[in-house]
Design a protein around this ligand. Structure first.
Ligand code: FAD
Length: 508
């Protein structure tokens, strides 16, 4: 007879961002009478230690944990993020902004995007940024959280930049306060259960054996449980997203922190700039097929706007996902489940999405295969829609200046993305598929920013006279511009509400 009783114990292998996010959330939701939760981490192996930009759904995760936002920003030397500025992506010298939040306001069933496309084709629309409170505020270096009322200030979308090491520490405090037991030690053996898809226990170097009903693999790229033990295979997406290395270096602040991430295209990759309270995070993501590590480091060091605070650090990665995220009594989260380059700051979100789905389908000791299949299907779809969104940035470009950009601009793309581009080209229409992460604002921002111009417009806007559209959109742009004037400077907002008490210790 199947044992349909609740889980008695959960073991999380890995104490990076994924492990501590999982530990904090599971302990908080399942409570003191839920399963005993143990987290194993190896100081010898360490964590990847990057991952400093986020997207707005992280607010939901913080709320789930009962985190006070000001305390969180203070503890992590955090700043606020209103979107991403893309520099030189369409062609050198060009820049555009991918904002959080929304563009303008719909008119009944007619989406703002449809009105804008129609007016644009009549030659009377302003650039998209004029209709986004987040883009306008970012340009002005201002920030405040959304305000009540019928104002663009109600539509401010935001996320955070933070120090990855401090974030892990912050989550650890929450998790341990909620009852999670931390074990330090290297897992040297994984013991199989009574079926091929079951794990019984992990064994540490000092001989300690940790048994559990359920295992969460947060062991990083290696996938100690999901891949090495249970045999998940890796689906490689390098043919579309060829970047496979990064070099990162922190620098001293050279001015007040900008409320956005900057991504600057380079000859064989791109460079990030993430402002924190105590420093700026910088990194160069590149394709090793096109650029050597030394060249990548030299490019990064030649393009910093502050003094380096540490030696540059090299990181290697593979782009893709495991074929199954959940097998038997083990689910993989974080880098153990797959990775896509940090262009749109999606990895921490994918951890959060995995945790949310796990809680939604929390198994009993019967481990219902239908739940497992559903989890795997939903996570695969989530990874794939993000993959397509990332490919869009590299593929829709006028750049042909290096072999890297020529290859990306001319490569065959996934059918799912090709279909979106065809619909947009014909009708200017963008859509959000089912539960996918990126909104219509995001798709439109990047399609437009990367130079895709629609030939037509959504017939929903056809009945609206151009003069009416012009007046309406002019008003939206004017109100948006005026609203920014009511926002404080980002640095002043931080100083008033969430300044970190003292500089954090230097990163290892
Ligand atoms: P890790 O940090 O690698 O942690 C693995 C853990 O497993 C460690 O604690 C390790 O000690 C433990 N472990 C491994 N093997 C054993 C063993 N045998 N025994 C015991 N313990 C073991 N994400 C974003 O959302 N935003 C970003 O801006 C962003 N930027 C990134 C930039 C780069 C260049 C890269 C590579 C990633 C970036 N990410 C970003 C992704 C983000 O860093 C990761 O998603 C996040 O840190 C989660 O990592 P993890 O916890 O899965 O793995």
């Amino acid at each position: 007879m199947t044992d349909n009783t609740p889980l008695r114990s959960i073991a999380i292998v890995g104490g990076g961002t994924a492990g501590w996010m999982a530990a904090a959330a599971l302990a908080r939701v399942l409570g003191p009478h839920g399963p005993a939760i143990t987290l194993v981490e190896s100081e010898e192996i360490g964590t990847i230690g990057v991952g400093e930009a986020t997207i707005p759904p992280i607010q939901t995760f913080n709320a789930l944990l009962g985190i006070d936002e000001a305390e969180f920003v203070r503890a992590t030397q955090g700043t606020f993020k209103l979107g991403i500025e893309f520099v030189d992506w369409l062609r050198p010298g060009h820049r555009y902004f991918h904002p959080f939040g929304v563009y303008g306001i719909d008119k009944g069933a007619v989406p703002f995007e449809a009105m804008w496309q129609r007016l644009r084709q009549a030659g009377a629309a302003q650039p998209l940024e004029a209709y986004s409170i987040c883009a306008a505020a970012a340009r002005a270096g201002r920030f405040m959280p959304p305000q009540p009322g019928n104002t663009p200030l109600a539509h401010i979308g935001y996320a955070f930049h933070f120090d990855a090491a401090l974030y892990a520490r912050f989550l650890r405090r929450h998790a341990e306060a909620a009852g999670v037991v931390r074990r330090q030690g290297r897992v040297v053996e994984v013991l199989r259960g009574d079926r091929p898809d079951r794990i019984a226990a992990v064994v540490l170097k000092d001989g300690t054996r940790i048994d559990a009903d359920f295992f969460v693999d947060c062991s990083g790229f290696r996938g100690l449980l999901i891949a090495e033990t249970l045999g998940a295979t890796f689906e490689d997406w390098g043919q579309w997203l060829p970047n496979d290395r990064a070099v990162a270096v922190p620098t001293a602040n050279s001015g007040p922190p900008a409320p956005y991430t900057r991504s600057t295209a380079r000859a064989a990759g791109w460079q990030w700039r993430i402002p924190l309270q105590h420093r700026v995070g910088n990194g160069h993501v590149y394709a090793s097929r096109h650029l050597s590590d030394d060249e990548a480091t030299a490019t990064l060091l030649a393009n910093l706007d502050g003094e380096p605070l540490a030696e540059p650090r090299q990181l290697r990665f593979r782009t893709g996902r495991v074929d199954r995220f959940w097998i038997g009594n083990c689910v993989a989260l974080g880098l153990a489940s797959g990775f896509m380059e940090p262009l749109e700051s999606t990895s921490i979100h994918l951890i959060q999405a995995g945790i949310a789905r796990l809680l939604e389908m929390l198994p009993t000791r019967a481990f219902e295969p239908a739940d497992t299949r559903r989890y795997n299907r939903l996570m695969a779809a989530e990874f794939e829609s993000i993959r397509d969104f990332l490919i869009l940035h590299f593929h829709a470009t006028e750049r042909r200046d290096t072999a890297y950009w020529r290859a990306l601009a001319t490569m065959p793309i996934p059918e799912t993305l090709a279909e979106r581009l065809a619909i947009h080209a014909r009708t200017g229409r963008v859509y959000r598929e089912a539960d996918e992460l990126f909104t219509k604002t995001s798709w439109l921002a990047v399609m437009d920013g990367q130079g895709l111009v629609a030939n037509g417009y959504d017939p929903l806007a056809a009945a609206m006279p151009v003069d009416e559209l012009r007046t309406r959109l002019q008003r939206i742009a004017a109100v948006t511009h005026a609203a920014v004037g009511h926002m404080p400077a980002h640095a002043d907002f931080i100083a008033r509400h969430c300044a970190a008490a003292a500089p954090a210790p230097a990163r290892p």
